[in-house]
Ligand binder design. Sequence first.
Ligand code: DGJ
Length: 725
Amino acid sequence: MSIIFSEETKTFHLSNQLVSYVIAIEEDRYLAHHYWGKRLNKVMSGADYPRRDFSHFANPHHVDHREFSLGTLLQEFPGADVGDHREYAYKYTDEKGHHANQLVYKSHEIFKGKKELEGLPHTYVTDEAQAETLEILVEDSITGMEATLSYTIFEKQPVITRSVKFKNQGKETLHLNRALSMSVDFWNANYDLLQLPGAWSREREVVRSPLVRGIHKLDSKRGTTSHTYQPFIGLLDPNTTEQAGDAYGFQFVYSGEFVGHVEVDSFSQTRIQLGINPEHFEWTLKPEDTFQTPEAVMVYSDEGLNGMSQAYHKLYQNHLIRGEHQHKERPVLINNWEGTYFDFTEDKILEMAETASELGIELFVLDDGWFGKRDDDTTSLGDWFIDRAKLPNGLKKLSEAIHDKGMQFGLWFEPEMISEESELYKKHPDWAIHTPNRPLSRGRHQLVIDFSRKEVRENILAQMKKILDEVPIDYIKWDYNRNMTELTSGEMTHRYMLGLYEVMEELVTSYPNILFESCSGGGGRYDPSMLYYMPQTWTSDNTDAAQRLEIQYGTTMTMPVSSMGAHVSAVPNHQVNRITSLKMRGDVAMSGNLGYELDTTKLTNDEKETVKAQVEFYKKHRKLIQFGDFYRILSPYEGTNQTSWIFVSEDQSEALYSFFQIMDHANKPRPRLKLTGLDPNKVYQLSDGRVLGGDELMYRGIFLETDLVGDYQSDQIYLKELSES
Ligand code: DGJ
């Protein structure tokens, strides 16, 4: 891994054994994008913008010919209104409203390691040998605005992270109207665009389409990231498959309002950008003030979508997720939500816990409804004290009773919300996010409480800490069940996120033993930034095994398996009314962090035996599942009616292959299953008794021992290395 500046070619070359990223300085001032892809041994080419008269493109003031234009240059961080009419990466306005701006190269610094992004979630190193950073200082001598563009390349990983820090070095106040975190220009547009949009219960659908001329935008104007679009953009060679081909990924480490642009210009060049959505954003920079953007993570892999995904998984697992639970095997849990909803008593909870502990389940999670007077979703958010009507002996006693059964105890909170029917709202109606003189929109009968305000954060933290200091709690589910409305422009939405991050930082550092799982009506805020605080996320409220195949398939495009909550629920399924086999529900859920979300007391004896076996199997293999290399093989999006994936240990000595049949067909062709990720030189013992070479398993493929009969069936094969051949 190295970052080299060549005086001769005026290029910065960031490289490791997998990738190279090259920036050239054009005209002694402009940062041009030169190359990004497979590693180059050496960069011998320099700035080589093809000079010709691009009619109807402006020429900067310092050139006295028509052959140089910012409007066609491949730029690294383009400014506004100075000749590049494509999407710009930043814009600032002075007190007179002038906003033509261009930041040009001033100096640079190269150092080992990576700096922290204070107050923001970010990827980190634990040893400075793990990464190297380039900081390029760009300036605007007219206004005094400066920006430091940071690029970090990680060792042995095809990853580059980027962020920007603006500083007003001038004498007048400036207003940042747009401050994106990254911009990259590709010289061509021969790509497929990959995105992961969705909706509640349909998170992270895999949508792939060819790029076309124009501007494609993904964004959130909902206060936080939301179910609608994931802050992720993929750019793929049209021939790229799961296993081979070029794949570029861009993901934003931020849970607030974001924007992603994909612009194909008149010369079929492609610009990709990610950053804070300028829609509700403006930041005032007085002289000497700074503004730090969140971070964007860029991946390039020539090993297909799996190569891209694994780069994200490894980076997030080792350099984003923190704390005691980072590498710890995650417990099998039972959550009472779909089992009881709001309708539970202390006795019911204890009865469920008793049965669950007999099945080998390790953690009981008490979901919504334990506080205030919360018998439905119309009341009590903000009143984080025990509902004695439901839990007459209090939470401490309940937690102790559950611990006595040999299980851990977890609790649900929705700290960012307030119900109009709550004691907190009566005292502080103005704490809800609102626009004065405009009625409030409700979502699930609730309002969002303004975490940009210190007194709000302090109140909620104090309430939570009171419980956490009293009650033995091993796990917290942090929910967030609506989008923001009645937002005002300015600093509020970003300050909300900074406030949220501050509260989460305080909690995770004060209670390091607690395992946190974030949630937002399922996976509505399942973005990398949450993983910095909370290593797990509830993937979706949709627990139907068939639809979960799609949701989990899409989620693994960037998110590590260890972060993905997946539960077995009752049938008919509560979201889609479908009946699937318990086997398939188990196999799907154990492809993430296995949990159960049903009334365990209602299971038949046969079902209990099956669940017990599932839990036992999972515990045996969970290290491989949660922390192994994950490869998608057959996509549920491709109409084959089948899905498959495999977990492979880092040393390729063991693997777990899962195959799912969605709809059955009479007299169907037998699928030959080609495994992946194995060592072709190793021989494997399969759990069904067969012994086969890694090469045979991957190149020739195998049939299932027995055909699956019926809809929604599945099978798993565990493979263990026998010996080196
Ligand atoms: C939405 C979550 O996604 C569910 O799992 C559950 O916790 C409910 N909220 C409770 O209100």
